[in-house]
Structures are given as C-alpha cells and as structure tokens.
Design a protein around this ligand. Structure first.
Ligand SMILES: Cc1cc2nc3c(=O)[nH]c(=O)nc-3n(C[C@H](O)[C@H](O)[C@H](O)COP(=O)(O)OP(=O)(O)OC[C@H]3O[C@@H](n4cnc5c(N)ncnc54)[C@H](O)[C@@H]3O)c2cc1C
Length: 402
C-alpha cells in the first residue's frame, strides 16, 4: 500500500488528505507541528469567489466552487455548510477597466457573473449604500465559509475516512536518496514515504531551503475583525470592497448571532520573514488604527456598521509568489514531493481544488486543470535570488482580493 505524508494541517493540507483518502490512494498521514488549523486557516476571512484574473485560476476556482457545494453535503453532519450568499466585487472608474477586460475569459469558461450599477445593488441589498459611480461584479456562485466551522469539520471527516492526523509532529527534514524523497523526519521518528505533499504555507520558503531548494515566496501580516452582535442582521453578500480598501461579509461566532466580518491590507507594512520552523502566528499583531480605518471606510457602504465596535481580531499571514499566482506542482530537482503554497489572499477559496490537484499529482494522475502556469519550476534561479534578496512592502506584492 502506498504511503502519503501531508505536511501541514491547514485547509490546503487537509483538503489534499481528504482527496487522497476519497481516492483510496493508500495510507494517508497528516503531520502538523501544532494543532489542526494552527496557521492562517483558522484566522482567514473565508471569502470564496470564482471571478479570478488568469485563465488557470478561473478554471481552478470553478472546480473549487463545485467542490465547496459537495463538501457541504459531505460535511453537513460535522456542522459545516458553505454560505452561498454570492460575492460582490465593487470597482470604481479607475479599477473597473482592468477587470472588464477579463470578462471574455469568464464567458469562454461559462463562469457566471452580473454587472450591477449602484441602483441595482441598492435594490437587491437594501442594507448597502454604494457610491453612485461604483460598479458591482456579482458572482452568484460565490460566498464564504466560516473557518471555525470548516477546519474542524474537514479534519473530523478526514479521520473518519481513515486519515491519521498527528498533531505536535513537526517535520524537521526530508530523507532524500538519488534525488527522490523516501522519508520524512520529525523530532521523534523518521517515516518512510512514497509521496510527500508539502502544505506549510508561510513556512514553505524556510522548509524548502532545508532541502536546498529556493522558491520566490514572501509573506505579509494580514488581519480581519468580527463585530459585536448587530441589533438587526445586515443582509449583504460577501463583498470585496476594492475602492474602500477592504472586504466585508455577514458573520457569526455562535449559532444564530448576526455580526459583520471585515478586513483589509496594510500596504506599507514590510514583508514578514519566516526563517524559523518554530515560528507561530500567535505572536503577530496588527496596528490598532486599522480598526478605525476599516469602520470609517466601510460604514458608508454598509451603514449598519456605523457605531458598532469590533469584538474579535485575527492576525495571520498571506503569501505571494513573485508573479502573484499560486505555486502548485512538482519540483524538477526532487521527485516524490509536491508543493502547494502562495495562494495570496485566496488560499481558503482555492483549498478544495488545490487539495484535489495536489492529490492528483501525488497519486501520479492527470490533473483536472493544466496547472503549468502554477508550476514551481516557472521561476528562474536568478529571478528567485533577486526577489528573495530584497525587502518588499505589502502594496508591492498585493494585486487583487481573494
Ligand atoms: C486575516 C486573513 C484573512 C484571510 N482571508 C481569506 C479569505 O477571505 N479568503 C481566502 O481564500 N483566503 C484568505 N486568507 C488566506 C488563507 O487563510 C490562506 O491562504 C490559507 O489558510 C492557507 O492555507 P494553508 O493550509 O496553506 O496554510 P496554514 O493554515 O497556515 O497551514 C499550514 C500549516 O503547516 C504547519 N506547519 C508549518 N511547518 C510545519 C512543519 N515543519 N511540520 C509540520 N507542520 C508544519 C503549520 O503549523 C500550519 O498549521 C486569509 C488569511 C488571513 C491571515
């Protein structure tokens, strides 16, 4: 029986394990250095949209949206459901042309969208008050997932499918023979493997360097907030409020409470270098002023936010590759290893399809999408070294939301 090791118990690793187990590919073990969801996955805002900006991403997200609906059916008994409230992407006159030129690609791939003016947005969602000249690009298949529901539900389903999830099991290195990974080393044991899936997000660069491999990936602190309970629910979709510099959606922390979740970037903040495998996101913090900025920017769009305070804060990392697209695939220098990382601010949305693609690669099957544009091999050594040598602020790496 083949043995698959998945390193990292976040949404990418868990989805890969889930897909491998569903295939009956062999024995699947997840090694997580902390507890499941310990990285960005439990801290995410959980926005999900199919309206991406490159052909590969558009095709991949189409599958993610389908898989999220299938996961709802499969994980219902574990307390998870995809919140299919739609995703509204708002643009102003400056940012719209860049997105408008992608619409023919959506048409070509039968990806549904609607272009809404301010009046139509107000008519559909009376709780929204967009500016008169703003344009809405509505993804009716989009929505969001609550991380605190999705992550534990997926882990439980994996276990019930026979996946062994070992927590507090940090991988410290790989055993390599003749250019192939044959084992995974933790502090306690070395586990023999046929195939390794590396899904360690912001730790990827440091981890790959242990194997003598360099990938041009940088991480940035990112934060999101949930309000206190609203006196009255705000009926809104998940919104990428680009002109307002953030995003906002309905949220709940318990069952039946009505809140709002919002987040945004910190453009001038320098990258966060994760050089140590011991690094933990619990030590991260966000500037206090960001809460007021988000309220001030987003309350004109969602008036029910006015005067409401933020109750919880989650701070984690988002990672970008040199060209902004995910890094997903095999490495020409090392067989027996597949990597999935640098999913920008969209790793949660990508996770079902990323898990599927990683499982297909690990099981040596043809992938559901041609992912050559995500290949780790697309970066030259020279470009990688030059990118890693400089310090970048978030605004230089960040391109679009989710
Ligand atoms: C505030 C915030 C909001 C976000 N909002 C969204 C959103 O709305 N939509 C969206 O799609 N995405 C969003 N993201 C991005 C998304 O959270 C990430 O892209 C996604 O969670 C990455 O999943 P992952 O499994 O790769 O990483 P993680 O969840 O970080 O998991 C990696 C795991 O690997 C483990 N690990 C690391 N090194 C080792 C080792 N050596 N051995 C064993 N285990 C190891 C870590 O402990 C960790 O648990 C957001 C991120 C943040 C921070």
């Amino acid at each position: 029986m083949s043995r698959f090791i998945v390193i990292g118990g976040g949404v990418i690793g868990l989805n890969a394990a889930y897909q491998l187990a569903r295939k009956g590919a062999g024995k699947v073990i997840v090694l997580e250095k902390g507890v499941v969801g310990d990285g960005s996955s439990s801290r995410a805002a959980g926005f999900i949209t199919g309206l991406m900006w490159t052909e590969t991403a558009i095709k991949a997200r189409k599958i993610s949206l389908r898989l999220y609906r299938e996961l709802t059916a499969d994980l219902d008994r574990y307390g998870y459901r995809f919140q299919d409230v739609g995703c509204l992407n708002i643009f102003d006159a400056t940012s719209w042309p860049g997105r408008e030129e992608i619409l023919p690609v959506y048409d070509r791939h039968d990806v549904p969208y609607e272009i809404l003016d301010a009046e139509e947005i107000r008519r559909r969602w009376p709780d929204l008050a967009p500016e008169e000249d703003h344009i809405g690009l509505h993804d009716e298949l989009g929505g969001y997932s609550e991380p605190h529901e999705f992550v534990p539900a997926l882990a439980r389903r994996c276990r019930d499918l026979g996946v062994e999830i070992r927590e507090h099991a940090r991988v410290e290195g790989l055993e390599i023979e003749s250019g192939r990974v044959v084992g995974v080393r933790t502090s306690l044991v070395t586990v023999e493997v046929d195939m390794v899936v590396c899904a360690v997000h912001s730790w990827t660069r440091a981890f790959m360097e242990l194997c003598g491999l360099r990938l041009p990936i940088k991480s940035f602190v990112h934060q999101r907030y949930v309000t206190t309970e609203l006196p009255e629910a705000a009926v809104i979709p998940a919104i990428n409020a680009n002109p307002q510099g953030g995003y906002i959606r309905p949220a709940r922390l318990g069952s039946g409470d009505s809140r709002l979740l919002a987040g945004g970037e910190t453009e001038n903040r320098p990258e966060m270098r994760v050089d140590d495998l011991d690094f933990h996101m619990a030590g991260l913090s966000a500037p206090e002023s960001l809460r007021d900025r988000l309220s001030a920017n987003l309350a004109p769009l969602v008036p029910k936010l006015a005067g409401i305070s933020w109750e919880t804060e989650q701070v984690g990392l988002i990672s970008f590759s040199l060209d902004g697209e995910p890094v997903l695939g095999t490495l020409p220098q090392l067989s027996g290893l597949v990597v999935g990382a640098a999913f920008h601010s969209g790793g949660f949305a990508y996770s079902p399809v990323a898990g599927l693609l990683l499982a297909e690669l690990a099981a040596d099957e043809e992938t559901s999408v041609d992912i050559s544009s995500f290949s780790p091999a697309r970066f030259s050594a020279q470009d990688t070294d030059a990118y890693l040598a400089r310090t970048v602020v978030e605004g230089e790496a960040f391109r679009r939301r989710h």
